[in-house]
Design a protein around this ligand. Structure first.
Ligand code: GYE
Length: 316
């Protein structure tokens, strides 16, 4: 398909836009969907040559991957930053080399002058949505809360924690008993929940997992301990991402509320790159919108009640 559309005399690699994507890793279903989306959108058929690096949640490896993209003189660099801190030096190197950088998915702490565009979700708002929903659901009842956070230093974890805590601060009847990182993985969620159960069994009635995979691990740990959760259980379970499996558990009433985070962002990133290619104005910041879903039987001002149709429409 590429050869057929190629101008006479041009080589395939002259035609293709070279994009490097320094991906966080493969810690979650959300991440798998995000990777697939990039591979679909940044295809040769669409005029791109994608250099994809899975950084395996290793911050130093990610900086190294970006440095390699600079050395390879790619046309654009896209980074889904594992950590929010520590980006100044390598971003300056990219800028000195004249390679535009787009930060995607998560946020960084660096000055806006050091990158060209940002595309992602507002994870602080996601945390606020979780908090607002819980306040509505508990309706003044006491909440003893355990939080399984995402990866330490990741903006998605920092934002969700901050947003939820903003709401918690207005509720004297809420106590956050403990908050520990499960690294956005199922194993991490299970381990943290097992240790929470040892320390707080019988003392908690709300568990907040900062992504769906952690929630699956937490459910396994609660199952093993005979603790019930969801709409018919003793523990109210909140999750984030709203991936297909997460929404299946929500439809089944096991997760009470799943706050959405949309991993389908590559089209937006490609749109920014196309505008840069054409020398047109582009948005420095593009927010990918999220919503939230609750189990059947729950009505909410902040979330949509799950149905079979919603689940059927969720591809990832
Ligand atoms: O929620 C989690 C993933 O950065 C928003 O990273 C993303 C988060 C997502 O591992 O599942």
């Amino acid at each position: 398909a590429v050869a057929a559309s190629m101008a006479i005399g041009a080589s395939a690699s002259d035609e293709l836009i070279k994009v490097g994507y320094a991906q966080v890793g493969h810690e979650s279903d959300w991440r798998t969907a995000n990777t697939q989306n990039y591979q679909d959108v940044f295809s040769e058929e669409n005029g791109y040559e994608l250099s994809f690096v899975d950084c395996d949640n290793d911050n130093a490896a990610q900086i190294e991957a970006v440095r390699n993209f600079i050395n390879q003189e790619l046309d654009y660099i896209v980074i889904a930053p594992i950590q929010s801190a520590g980006w100044d030096t390598v971003l300056q190197e990219a800028q000195d080399a004249g390679i535009p950088v787009i930060i995607a998915d998560r946020e960084i702490e660096a000055s806006e002058d050091l990158y060209d565009a940002w595309v992602g979700t507002n994870t602080t708002n996601e945390g606020i949505t979780a908090g607002n929903w819980l306040a509505e659901y508990m309706d003044g009842k006491e909440a003893n809360i355990l939080v399984i956070e995402g990866s330490v230093g990741a903006s998605a974890a920092l934002g969700r924690t901050d947003g939820f805590n903003q709401v918690a601060a207005d509720h004297d009847e809420w106590t956050i008993l403990d908050s520990q990182s499960g690294d956005f993985t199922q194993d991490g969620g299970q381990e943290v929940m097992e240790s929470f159960i040892k320390s707080y069994e019988g003392k908690f009635n709300v568990v907040v997992c900062q992504n769906d995979n952690e929630a699956y691990g937490a459910m396994d740990a609660m199952d093993a301990a005979g603790i019930t959760y969801g709409v018919d259980g003793d523990v109210t379970l909140i999750s984030f991402d709203a991936t297909h499996d997460g929404l299946q558990y929500t439809l089944d009433g096991k997760i009470n509320c799943d706050v959405e985070c949309n991993p389908i962002q590559a089209e937006v990133v490609a749109g920014v790159i196309q505008k840069m290619e054409a020398g047109e104005d582009y948005d420095k910041t593009t927010l990918v919108e999220d919503s939230a879903f609750v189990a059947p039987g729950i009505e909410s001002e902040y979330a949509t009640t799950m149905t079979e149709d919603i689940l059927a429409g969720r591809a990832y």
